[in-house]
Design a protein around this ligand. Structure first.
Ligand code: KG4
Ligand code: ZN
Length: 340
């Protein structure tokens, strides 16, 4: 029997990117994003400004996604949107837009957990990419989250460890800002680190129980280190930027990598699936790929467009939930602290 054809609209608005995508079953037809540049001048996301920008962006971005997919709204089978976790004002825009569209078109509404979506993005049908088998160890590294998760089925997620304070991406961004890098600093810091010596300076790796991590101590240690050294050598950062980036990146990556290794050892799960913006980091990728050879890990690295915040990952969860008929009614609310 031929598989039914379903067009799914995915909408993502949890933080500072307004995104919309159209999927035909598990294939992406369009994946559009409106990045909000307004936050650059503040060195971080300003929640109120993010919510306002989502309001202006959401209609044009959805229109663009439909046009690029070559369909109209009437062709859609379901509307999937990010219910949480994220910023309340930002989530509310996606929630009200999705509900209104579902009501107007009389189509099912599907609520998606953003953190599940980062990992389930690996089930988007793509050439030369195989989807991870269950169970797998999910590692979500972004500006808002740092999570280690045991995933036993599409919707069976068990949180093994998380950050006690800052997310890993936040640590990259805040430490980068201290060195004068523009927001978000992660990509620039990564590039500069490639020209530097990771062993030149050392920063303490925090000791945290179990599979949890902590990043606020490293940030404070880095701040104090820069302060002390610039008092003696005013252009200390300019003179040592590459080595500072490489040494800091080494510490940030080591902090999470030790926990990933410990989780693989404890669970005996060698399928490691990465998601979130920080998974673009070259040092993390390098260390994971080394594990493939040395310890026979199976490593799943998503293509960049499906790993930073995007709506295709919301669409794929929409498709998976459509199979289960996991629909919401119009009373469904945005949940900034949504758990698995
Ligand atoms: O997943 P994402 O797009 O949005 C959130 O949900 O936060 O992740 C954004 C984060 C930012 O903190 C950014 O600095 C970081 O991902 N990032 C990187 C790299 N590329 C993006 N961090 C380190 N190295 C990179 N190459
Ligand atoms: Zn995210």
């Amino acid at each position: 029997m031929a598989t039914a054809k379903h067009y799914i609209l995915g909408i993502e608005s949890s933080c500072d990117d307004t995104a919309a995508a159209v999927l035909l079953n598990n294939k992406v037809l369009s994946n559009c994003i409106a990045n909000q540049t307004i936050h650059k001048q503040y060195g971080g996301v300003v929640p109120e400004l993010a919510a306002r920008a989502h309001q202006s962006n959401i209609v044009p971005v959805v229109d663009q996604a439909l046009q690029q997919a070559g369909i109209t709204a009437k062709d859609l089978s379901a509307i999937a949107y990010t219910q949480g976790p994220g910023l309340m004002g930002s989530l509310l825009v996606g929630n009200s837009f999705a509900k209104s569209l579902a009501l107007a078109l009389q189509r099912p509404l599907i609520a998606v957990n953003h953190m599940q979506a980062h990992l389930l993005a690996h089930y988007i049908d793509q050439e030369n990419m195989s989807a991870p088998p269950f169970p797998f160890l999910g590692v979500t590294l972004s500006g808002g989250h740092t999570q280690l998760v045991r995933v036993t089925n599409y919707f069976d997620f068990e949180l093994l460890g998380t950050t006690k304070d800052d997310a890993i991406g936040e640590a990259f961004d805040k430490c980068g800002k201290l060195m004068g890098l523009p927001y978000p600093a992660g990509p620039d810091l990564d590039k500069l680190a490639q020209q530097g010596d990771p062993k030149r300076f050392s920063f303490p790796i925090p000791k945290v129980e179990g599979f949890d991590v902590s990043y606020s101590g490293i940030k404070t240690a880095f701040l104090n280190f820069l302060h002390k050294n610039t008092q003696q050598v005013p252009n200390f950062v300019d003179k040592n930027r590459n080595d500072l980036c490489a040494s800091l990146q080494h510490t940030l990556v080591k902090t999470i990598f030790e926990k990933i290794e410990a989780a693989v050892a404890a669970t005996h799960i060698k399928h490691v699936v990465i998601g979130g913006g920080v998974s673009a980091n070259s040092e993390i990728r390098k260390q994971l790929l080394e594990k493939k050879t040395t310890d026979n890990w199976k490593v799943y690295l998503p293509p960049f467009e499906y790993t930073t915040d995007n709506a295709a990952m919301i669409g794929i969860v929409g498709y998976l939930k459509l199979q289960e008929k996991a629909f919401e009614d119009l009373k469904t609310v945005a949940d900034p602290r949504l758990k698995f």
